[in-house]
Design a protein around this ligand. Sequence first.
Ligand code: PLP
Length: 404
Amino acid sequence: MRAFKGVGGDPVFFERGQGAYLWDVDGRRYIDYVGSWGPMIVGHAHPAVVEAVQEAAARGLSFGAPTAIETEMAELIRAFVPSIEKVRMVSSGTEATMSAIRLARGYTGRDRIIKFEGCYHGSGDSLLVKAGSSALTLGVPSSPGVPAALANLTLNLEYNNLAQVAEAFARHADEIACVIVEPVAGNMNCVPPIPGFLQGLRELCTRHGALLVFDEVMTGFRVALGGAQGLYGVTPDLTTLGKVIGGGLPVGAFGGRADIMDRITPDGAIFHAGTLSGCPVAMAAGIATLRQIGKPGFFEALAAKSRTLTEGLLGAARRAGVPLSTQSVGGMFGFFFTAEPAVTRFAQVTACDIDRFRRFFHAMLDEGVYLAPSAYEAGFVSAAHSDVDLETTVQAARRAFSRL
Ligand code: PLP
């Protein structure tokens, strides 16, 4: 995506970010809706975050030993996300999901996992798997280098299709360690769960002794202060976090029920370690960010921005006679070039007019608006996006739609 392979043309090289804006190496300014793929929820170079990073850096970059600041981060996470009784810091979302999968397998003594097509959980081998000819029996590697034997243990099912999950459990009873899911899918554009889907996953996991893992690397502290689990009222056994909790520095975390987390070394036998886990500078950036977004009304204002933007895009598309569908949850949004009013399934996402998306992306880029350079990625608003920025974006979209 960074190479613009999904949209064609030369990628933009950025030099500077401030608030809602990015500047490229030629000094052109863009309104940014990528936000480094999610972390920049308070805007680029927020003064409180920059100051916290500078102060922490001056005290030393990393000690590879316990610090008070990582405990402070853990306590903040626990306060906002009550299902997380214990938490471990790591350095990326990928590391968080890999570690959660190992923990689920170690805890249950089972090897198979269920994931959903169109959900992305980082680049760990078990999770880089596509559906095989029959989704219920075989996962195939999405990349050379992922062993087929490992991919075979991953069942890749259809998002929002609870019947398929029930069938998989019926067929592989006592073999499934966990179901891992993006509670709002942000890696196939922006696809919310249909009513009952997450609740149904919870019931099936409980009934079959499997763990429910919410990958909230994107949705955590993005759709609501308590994440998607707070928003939809479903309690997972394990949660993975990343992006926002690093405030722009490399951070991830995984946590959940204490009895499960206690199975990790050194008290348990399931291995986990990391040289830079809990790096104090990254913790400082994350804590400064969490303090900003913990202020009353933050998420109401953020969700209103997403709505203003998506309603504006929809209105602009209608005026130009372009079929468009939009969806948003909290601070994430998506738009689809389709006549379908709601997009709930991966097949609907891939059936959208990708060519039109490409033309729209470049037209917006020319207008000074930087959207995700892929039709399969959610967009993100930040607290720094002003009403004027949103209106400027909608005006740009009017011109872009009319040229499609
Ligand atoms: N999980 C989800 C839902 C993600 O969106 C991503 C990255 O986009 C990851 C995991 C992997 O995180 P990272 O890129 O920090 O390894």
